[in-house]
Design a protein around this ligand. Sequence first.
Ligand code: ADP
Length: 303
Amino acid sequence: MIESTRLTKRYGDTVAVDNLTFTVEPGKVTGFLGPNGAGKSTTLRMILGLNTPTSGSVTVDGVPFSHRPRGLRHVGALLDAQDVHGGRSARAHLTALARGNRIPPARVDEVLQEVGLAKAARRRIGGFSLGMKQRLGIAGALLGDPPVLLFDEPLNGLDPEGVLWVRGLFRRLASEGRTVFVSSHMMAEMEHTADRLIVIGQGRLIADESLQGFSARHASLGVTVDTPDLAALEAVLTAEGASVRRKGDQRGRVTGLTAARIGELAHRHRIMLHELATHTSSLESAFMSLTADSVEYLAGEAR
Ligand code: ADP
């Protein structure tokens, strides 16, 4: 569990993080969403004790991170995948991390295997693609088998297969009861990844709710479904609090649930879907309009 209370960070006149209060619970994947410059990295760095708050506080399982002598065993983090020593091999990099945190060296090969880098273990990191560096960063986060994991923009540079793999990994980590906190500047990335969303803009909290709740409130145009068993699907979705507007014998427009959730429910109730499509005023545009006022570079360009 991560608890941030009135967390604030100023750099001169810039308020990078502004009075942020939120909780990240274990057993879930929580998306930390905001446009570039919103204050996500600064917040993650404060969670890890790498930046000192100007005011307010943040704790991990009740204790400030800096009070934990073997940090990686409690909180694993991927902050900047590029920030690695290019001359070292993947194995040497992880071995050094393990040694510094008193983690058994055998974990190194386990995590290399887990992230799909076993074959590249002896290669110099300098020759790695961004996607491979992301995998290496994720391996570093997993090394200490920690109950709390932070990932800053982990999907950057991953190919579609890598994105699927990461989503599956986050889901598994959460299902093991860990706290998984993942930042992104794109709603599309979080839509299929997160259970909960914490949305910030210009350092301030904009939304803190379940993905479903966010979707129900903001993505009002909904999701189109096409199914030979519309009546059954309608019953299932309505029972989950969604509303379904019929558009024909087989087609309907659903509001109040994400496409991912509708797909899951259909699967669980063995209802066949021929189409499942989120509408243009989807979560992405809801997110864009919510945060539009807070996008720094847009404000700069308008001047
Ligand atoms: P995000 O991760 O959401 O893109 P950041 O936390 O990196 O946002 O940045 C938030 C704001 O703080 C930005 O305006 C950024 O320019 C500023 N900022 C971040 N780090 C520093 C720093 N070390 N010195 C000065 N300003 C900074």
